[in-house]
Design a protein around this ligand. Structure first.
Ligand code: ZN
Ligand code: ZN
Length: 554
């Protein structure tokens, strides 16, 4: 009997972001994406969140590589962190690798990381793995679904996908190939994108957005147009450029990632704009505003992005005014609504006309909706089904669709981060749990634990009170202090009396400790100081700032 084939989910099941899974065949591991997640607002000071790498570190010797399904940050953004400790080749389309390499390069890891481009439809042996790369349509070009042909049957992972029947580049999701695999060997286990499993109907074709953009450019002739979208959405950028060129506008990009990605896509022949129609943002001022189209980052209202800075009149190059039309060719990702609405408000205050997805159909999702998910299920005819890529409610909605499409109830397995599935001759069963907590990154170091976050929350909400006192423990005398220093508890200049009273309370407590029967050490004194100060602060202000006692020996 062959060894079980093991699927381990390290991220992306229960949240949108930090997608990461392992497929194990013959004891060897192939990673499927290593993504990152952007933090919630309550994760104070956190730059990004990664999958828990414990399982990968413990099994480092068994890792043969990583397949990057497509170039979005929630799929490749974690690689530069994992590659610091481990080394393995990365397989993906040339564009995916091009997008992924920016961060790997920034981390200085490019020379020891092998990037292996694979072609549409290619089937390749990588050690113990027999992998097939199947084209899918999505909001970044050249994404793949991945078929693992294993001794326990074929596992099909859809990657992020939609069924766009008229994609901008004509590269369709290869449903015919998926159907052929289903007929030929059958699909043992289907892992499918659940992002839009709650949404009825079909996702609109990306091409439909092109028509809307053309009409908008027509309606806003004579005005400067500033338009924001995701920098990796090369097809959207192309459609914006097409509309701009149709109305004889010159295009400038704004924002680092937009500039980089446009350069990358042009160098690969995936984005078409004549040199004469592309200018540097520095030179936009020299042109007739009605002949200009600025394509900007910041469509999610990211606070430091080009678009947000424009909305608060802080952008170096572009000053927004009543002659401008600003188009947000995007839809806010859950959690970003407030930031996006702040940008819209700022632009409106500056007199600009703002067009967004709430007003016009200037965006199409990159993820399959219910009818597309059902279509895929009916073509793949999987024996077993596990929804991936979604919050818990998306996963359960997708599970419901699978049952509706005839997958038996007991063969629909809803999993979460840290879950393992074993494929054996007896079916697909649940394995052990592996660590799958959040790995918080602040700066370049991933050592921010729950304790640090808790401290930051207290500091942010209640402030800090530092009590400094110098003593001579031998003679039992206070030499200097106590001095009370605070940030965020009370406004010090106006609360001097309060600070003096607090110092008095602490002094009494220290003296009382010295006057006791037993000799006291510094640690005990610190405990007394913390207690006295904490009680005073709470009694007098009903607040609970962090109390930091600093007791020094003279
Ligand atoms: Zn994704
Ligand atoms: Zn994606």
């Amino acid at each position: 009997m062959p060894d079980p084939v093991v699927v381990t989910f390290l991220g992306g099941l229960g949240e949108i972001g930090r997608n990461c899974a392992c497929i194990e065949v013959d004891g060897r591991i192939m990673l499927l994406d290593v993504g990152l997640m952007f933090p919630d607002i309550d994760m104070l000071g956190i730059d990004l969140v990664l999958p828990d790498f414990t399982y990968l570190r413990e099994n480092a010797g068994r890792i043969d590589g990583c397949i990057a399904t497509h170039g979005h940050e929630d799929h490749v953004g974690g690689l530069s962190f994992l590659l610091r400790d481990l080394s393995f080749p990365i397989y993906g389309s040339a564009l995916t690798l091009g997008l992924a390499r920016h961060r790997i390069d920034e981390a200085g890891l490019l020379d020891r990381t092998e990037l292996v481009p694979v072609r549409d439809g290619e089937r390749r042996r990588i050690g113990a793995f027999d992998v097939e790369f199947i084209p899918v349509t999505h909001s970044v070009p050249h994404g793949f679904a991945t078929a693992f042909h294993t001794p326990q049957g074929t596992i099909l992972h859809t990657g992020d996908f939609k069924l766009d029947l008229t994609p901008v580049d004509g590269r369709l999701t290869d449903l015919a190939r998926i159907g052929a695999i289903a007929k030929d060997t059958g699909i043992r286990l289907l892992l499918s994108d659940s992002t839009n499993a709650d949404e009825p109907g079909h996702a609109r074709s990306e091409k439909a957005v092109g028509k809307v953009l053309y009409d908008l450019f027509h309606a806003h002739e004579g005005r400067r147009i500033v338009i924001a979208c995701f920098a990796s959405h090369i097809h959207r950028v192309q459609q914006i450029i097409d509309a701009a060129l149709a109305f004889d506008r010159t295009v400038a990009t704004l924002g680092m990632s937009m500039k980089k990605n446009v350069r990358l896509a042009r160098s690969m022949g995936l984005l078409h704009v004549p040199d004469t129609k592309l200018v540097d943002i520095e030179d936009v001022g020299d042109l007739d505003p009605s002949r200009v189209c600025v394509i900007s980052t910041g469509s999610q209202g990211e606070p430091m992005s080009a678009l947000s800075l424009m909305a608060s009149s802080d952008n170096r190059w572009i000053k927004i005014g009543p002659e401008d039309t600003v188009i947000l060719s995007s839809h806010p990702i859950p959690g970003n609504e407030a930031n996006v609405s702040k940008v819209i408000d700022g632009m409106t205050r500056l007199g600009a006309e703002v067009v967004h997805s709430g007003i016009d159909d200037v965006h199409a999702t990159g993820h399959a909706k219910q009818e597309e998910l059902k279509t895929l299920l009916s073509i793949a005819q999987p024996e077993w089904f596990t929804p991936v890529h979604g919050e818990y409610r998306h996963l359960t909605s997708h599970a419901r669709l699978a049952r509706l499409m005839g997958v038996p109830d007991e063969r629909v397995l809803v999993c979460e981060d840290g879950d393992q599935l074993l494929l054996t001759d007896n079916g697909v069963t649940r394995g052990q749990k592996v660590p799958a907590g959040y790995l918080y990154v602040d700066g370049i170091v991933g050592d921010v634990g729950q304790g640090v976050l808790r401290d930051r929350r207290v500091l942010a909400e209640e402030g800090v009170v530092v009590v400094v006192v110098t003593v001579d423990a031998q003679s039992g005398a206070i030499i200097t202090g106590p001095e009370i220093i605070t940030r965020g508890w009370v406004y010090a200049p106006e609360a001097e009396d309060l600070l003096d009273e607090c110092a008095d309370e602490v002094r009494k407590a220290v003296q009382a400790a010295f006057d006791g029967d037993v000799p006291v050490d510094i640690e005990t004194l610190q405990r007394h100081v913390r207690k006295a100060a904490g009680k005073f602060v709470s009694d007098r202000t009903r607040r609970r700032p962090m109390i930091v006692p600093v007791v020094m020996e003279a």
